[in-house]
Design a protein around this ligand. Structure first.
Ligand code: MSK
Length: 630
């Protein structure tokens, strides 16, 4: 392994504590203090038994008051809250996808946005029955964009992308009446069902939760992923670095944060412009460094190799370095705390989307029409802010790891082609991976996803689980902030294969991959759905039979619940390290953690003890292997 060593949680924490010392000097607030002010949390909220969907209440269920004023019991209230949680997540990811479809519609050969992967566009067009022959690629992009936007409000039928699932999975969805219809309809229907005086039956509420989740994963999120690839290129393996040490003291540091690659791509474009670099030098810097936080970071890391400064709970840390000239955000997972925090330093906090407007920010509205001009203005603003740094506050923790990222399904297929000497023409299939699983060289796979949550010591669950899984020859595909945790620790460095069991280590050597494969942002969990669908088709096993499970050990957002629902509904058992506020109803909890298996052949396991969580995942994978006779 040479000088390779994982970064430890203790090292992460020491770096954060040092940054908090800087923060204390300028009176900065931080999430660590706010957590203390907010704990212990409200027990009614934690159990999901508080109802405030009408103004007769709010009602809270206790043994003495087992029903709300309308007569709804704990099961109805918990179920409704769970469905509303899902609807919030499905709406959010899907609306991101809608923005991407709009951007696709605005592409032009001389415009701000262009078609970077015409082959993928043609592939999707053919899949959707669009005539491609002899058509100008931009005319085709506009035609497909209109169809994609139509998926949000389609009058009849179901989501186009569900045809990508194996036949068995499609039959389950039809049988259980959870085939996703129009994306907006499923979200709207969820809100309707949970209005006062509508559904209070747990089965109905959980069924719609699965359906709304599927509308996200196999609808809005999949559109977001697929058309981002068309616009910005399908990711292929690329080297980058991760953790706060990617910020460069001598350079103008611009941090992009959020989810929508339309913004970050443009910022990267202009930060690379020789005119801007010359201007930065004129202002006393040596150059410009763009780095990222959260999923927008994943997007530009896997397409451009832009370094990742950190994940969700590191967003305040980038400002606490005192070396961040601008933090530029689009949508989702952005702390409103950034505004007041930035004011304690010289940092400019730039909001860009009408969807995510925050106090104490500079609002520069981004649209496909003005993206170039505004990105240039933002880069310039950051450069001009370099001189306002307070040198006594500057401290960048010298901590970073190398990472190879960008494993789209296309990239995985291409890479794994090299693993076996199969005589079959394996180009474009996952047969080499299936062979590795059958032979036991790889025991199975875990899709590690999701956020950080202060309820879990940040990153410990992600990293601890991954280390144990790879030791046990279980390969990991990761996305979102889980992927960034892995990258920060060093688990996406190819040298981390030395930490694997003998089988996985050999596969990693032959294929020249790290043991944790970066599949992108949280929207890109849709890539994982395609991956398991293709694995199912190439192996002849149903998705639920594959020795593959999903895991979100530190999740926190509504989006994560929507994701969990579509992952489970696609047939993958899903393991959660944070409770989804369902413990107040034995019926809802019973459905989520057992009953829905009768519907979709998979269910949730909730286990807050991380050691037990990983053992349960390994046991589940081994059970599946035994059932397959492999
Ligand atoms: S950014 S949803 S904290 S993964 Fe996608 Fe990270 Fe979770 Fe946001």
């Amino acid at each position: 392994m040479g000088d390779f060593k994982l970064t430890t949680i203790e090292e992460f924490e020491a770096a954060t504590n040092r940054l908090l010392e800087t923060g204390a000097k300028v009176g900065a607030d931080a999430y660590q203090y706010r957590v203390k002010n907010q704990t212990p949390h409200c027990k009614f909220g934690e159990q999901g038994v508080c109802c405030r969907i009408c103004t007769m209440g709010p009602c809270r269920i206790t043994p003495k008051a087992p029903r709300g004023i309308c007569g709804c019991d704990a099961h109805g209230i918990v179920g409704r809250n769970y469905l509303r949680f899902t609807a919030g997540g499905a709406a959010t990811h899907s609306d991101h996808g809608r923005e991407i479809c709009h951007t696709l519609y605005c592409t032009a050969p001389d415009g701000n946005y262009k078609v970077k992967d015409p082959e993928k566009l043609i592939r999707i067009a053919k899949e959707w029955g669009v005539e491609t022959e002899g058509k100008d690629i931009y005319d085709l992009a506009h035609e497909v964009a209109v169809l994609a936007l139509g998926e949000y409000g389609k009058v009849f039928g179901h989501q186009n992308f569900i045809k990508r699932a194996p036949k068995h999975t499609q039959e389950i969805w039809a049988r259980e009446e959870i085939e996703p219809r129009a994306i907006d309809r499923e979200v709207s229907c969820a809100m309707h069902m949970t209005h006062m005086g509508c559904s209070s039956k747990p089965e109905a509420l959980i069924r719609q939760s699965l359906r709304a989740g599927l509308a996200d994963g196999w609808g809005g999120s999949m559109a977001g992923t697929e058309f981002s690839d068309v616009l910005f290129g399908t990711p292929m393996p690329i080297d980058t670095e991760a953790n706060l040490g990617v910020m460069v003291e001598e350079n103008v540091n611009i941090v992009v944060h959020g989810h929508d690659p339309s913004l970050s791509e443009m910022i990267c474009e202009y930060a690379d412009d020789p005119e801007m670099i010359a201007y930065a030098k004129e202002m006393g810097a040596k150059g410009i460094t763009v780095s990222g936080v959260c999923c927008t970071s994943n997007e530009v890391a896997m397409r451009r190799g832009i370094p990742m400064a950190g994940n969700f709970l590191q967003q305040e840390n980038v400002i606490l370095t005192g070396a961040c000239e601008a933090i530029v955000v689009d949508v989702q997972c952005i702390f409103p705390a950034i505004g007041p925090l930035a004011k304690c330093f010289h940092t400019k906090f730039v909001t860009t989307s009408p969807i995510a407007q925050m106090p104490e920010s500079d609002y520069i509205r981004f649209s496909p029409e003005n993206a170039g001009e505004n990105a240039k203005a933002i880069v310039k603003m950051a450069i001009e802010n370099f001189k306002n740094r307070k040198p006594e506050l500057v401290h960048i923790p010298q901590m970073k790891q190398k990472a190879t990222v960008g494993y789209s399904v296309e990239a995985i297929k291409k890479t794994l082609d090299t693993v076996t000497n199969s005589q079959v023409d394996i180009t474009g299939t996952l047969k080499p991976l299936v062979e590795c699983v059958k032979s036991g060289v790889i025991r199975g796979a875990v899709a590690m996803v999701g956020c950080n949550n202060p309820k879990v010591r940040p990153d410990t669950a992600h990293i601890g689980l991954m280390k144990k899984l790879i030791e046990n020859d279980i390969i990991i595909v990761a996305s979102g902030c889980s992927a960034q945790a892995a990258a920060k620790a060093g688990l996406m460095d190819k040298r981390a294969r030395d930490l694997c069991g003998a089988g996985l280590k050999r596969v990693c050597q032959l294929a020249d991959i790290p043991p944790v494969l970066h599949m992108g942002s949280c929207v890109d969990i849709s890539r994982m759905m395609i991956l398991v669908s293709d694995l199912s088709k190439d192996s002849g096993w149903n998705i639920s039979e594959l020795p593959v499970v999903g895991c979100a050990p530190e999740w926190m957002s509504e989006k994560a619940v929507s994701i969990g629902n579509y992952v489970v509904a696609t047939g993958l058992d899903t393991f959660l390290g944070v409770d989804p506020y369902a413990s107040g109803s034995s019926e809802v909890e019973g459905l989520l953690q057992g009953g829905i298996r009768d519907w979709v052949e998979a269910c949730y396991t909730v286990e807050t003890d991380i050691d037990k969580l990983v053992d349960k995942m390994i046991d589940r994978i081994e059970e599946k292997r035994t059932a397959l006779g492999i």
